[in-house]
Write a protein that binds this ligand. Structure first.
Ligand code: BES
Ligand code: ZN
Ligand code: ZN
Length: 463
């Protein structure tokens, strides 16, 4: 983790100077094209001049990308401490620069042997002299929440288990006031009838868990907003086993619960004054002789029976029980879930946008606004009354798969909708946006992106 400072240190190794067209620096009078990097050596300090191009053509995404590129540049190989001289001191530019560094240079290398000839840049601390201290410190805090989520998602599935997620939550809330906790383990889930959740976990040797953190940040007793994450610590697909090519990345199927941890960390660090429920629906969708089966009919906490059309459509089952349990026992004013729910969402939107579904236009608009402002992107997809027909079953109240081909992200969202009991609700399908395979997408390196954390932290700060 990089340490960020507000005051320039004299013994810094390198200085990155961001320049838009027309801007110059005493040491560098030339103009750079966008993406051009020019080093100047001055005593012990390396100056790296970075061209950003014309101001009106520079998006904040571009800015993050250019900052990341500069920080990872070979010219900074030996630098441990860095000062960044921004081209602009607007709040939005400062936030983008901090994110370009913190999100852009994040790497998951815990299991990589240390290589003597390793040429990767290892910057330990970064200074940016800014006018608005709070904007700076808040942005750094929010990035730390994003990194926590990325670590949880990138870790091996047999490390990030339900126990591990529980420990993570306990460590986050330790010492904080206005917090109470309810944890339902296998025994309690059974006693209370969360049978859909239990069915998904049936072939796993790990404990299923429903974790509910109640945070009372608003003494005026405003209604609670529940932030609910799908926490499938591994999704084999169950007896409808995922094929090679689909199964390899399924440790990421807890990215929703991971994001809930990141948002919880941020809410506590920023002292956000809202009443919130942080909910993690955790299970492991394993395969084995005790696994739940296609064709099973299971009645969950809401009292609705569900025909299992496919054991790989497991996330909606865990969320259905979580929704029903929350609605009955906590009566939240709003529910927002994050879930790596469907491959269909990836087909529809690709990897750069989260799919947003909602039964409430105001909430959808607020979330889209937060997504736009944070660059943690989302795009609204439809749910509509006729979808209910698609998830009908001849032998049960509902089916966990669709009777027609196509539109799988919407039918999954409609399945969840059936368990909201008219609570204001939004669903974020993060199946595509939570993970980057290969070297890089925008300013994310390989692996987990921490999607949803910036979006929801911004939403909670502003609404
Ligand atoms: N966890 C997957 C969805 C997923 C796919 C997440 C790709 C991340 C990347 C989910 O549980 C799943 O398998 N969904 C099925 C549903 C189908 C059987 C109706 C899918 O999308 O194929
Ligand atoms: Zn699945
Ligand atoms: Zn899944």
């Amino acid at each position: 983790m990089i340490d960020f400072r507000l005051q320039a240190k004299n013994d810094k190794d390198a200085t990155v100077v961001l320049l838009t067209s027309g801007q110059t620096h005493p040491l560098f009078k030339n103009e750079l094209e966008k993406g051009e990097i020019y080093p100047v050596l001055e005593d012990a300090n390396t100056f790296l001049f970075v061209g950003l191009g014309k101001t009106d053509k520079l998006s904040l995404t571009d800015l993050r990308i250019q900052v990341r590129k500069a920080c990872l540049s070979n010219y900074l190989q030996k630098a441990k401490s860095l000062e960044i001289i921004p081209h602009s001191k607007t709040d939005a530019a400062i936030i983008a620069i901090i994110e370009g560094v913190a999100i852009g240079t994040y790497v998951w290398d815990k299991y990589k042997s240390k290589d003597k000839n390793d040429k990767t840049v290892k910057i330990k601390d970064v200074t940016i002299v800014v006018e608005n201290k709070k904007v700076f410190t808040d942005a750094v805090t929010i990035c730390q929440g994003v990194s926590l989520t990325r670590d949880l998602v990138n870790e091996n599935a047999d490390t990030t288990t339900s126990e591990y997620l529980e420990k993570t939550v306990l460590a986050l809330i330790k010492g904080h006031k206005n917090i109470s906790l309810e944890i339902l383990n296998r025994k309690e889930l059974k006693a209370k009838g969360l049978n859909l959740h239990l069915a998904v976990n049936q072939a796993s040797n790990k404990e299923p868990k429903l974790i509910i953190v109640r945070y009372e940040g608003d003494k005026k007793k405003e209604g609670y907003t529940a932030i609910i994450g799908k926490g499938m610590t591994f999704d084999t697909g169950g007896l409808n086993l995922k094929p090679t090519g689909s199964i390899e990345t399924m440790k990421i199927d807890m990215a929703g619960a991971g994001a809930v941890c990141g948002v919880l960390k941020n809410v506590l660090a920023l002292g956000i004054k809202k009443n919130l429920l942080f909910v993690l629906g955790i299970a492991e969708n394993s395969i084995g002789s005790t696994a739940y089966k296609p064709g099973d009919v299971i009645t969950g906490y809401a009292g609705k029976s569900v025909e299992i059309g496919n054991t790989d459509a497991e996330g909606r089952l865990v969320l259905a029980d979580a929704f029903a349990y929350l609605v009955k026992n906590y009566k939240p004013a709003k529910m927002i879930d994050l879930a790596t729910l469907t491959g269909a969402c990836v087909v529809a939107l690709g990897f750069d946008y989260t799919g947003l579904f909602s039964n409430n236009d105001k909430l959808a608009a607020q979330l889209l606004d937060a997504a736009h402002k944070t660059d943690d992107r989302a795009w609204r997809l439809p749910i509509y009354p006729e979808l209910k027909e698609h998830i009908k079953s001849p032998i049960a109240d509902l089916k966990n798969t669709s009777n027609i081909k196509g539109g799988g992200a919407s039918t999954a969202a409609e399945f969840l909708h059936q368990f909201t009991q008219d609570t204001i609700w939004a669903h974020l399908d993060i199946a595509g946006s939570s993970y980057t395979e290969g070297t890089c997408r925008m300013y994310y390196g390989h692996g987990a992106t921490g999607t949803g954390v910036r979006l929801l932290t911004n939403y909670l700060l502003n609404n």
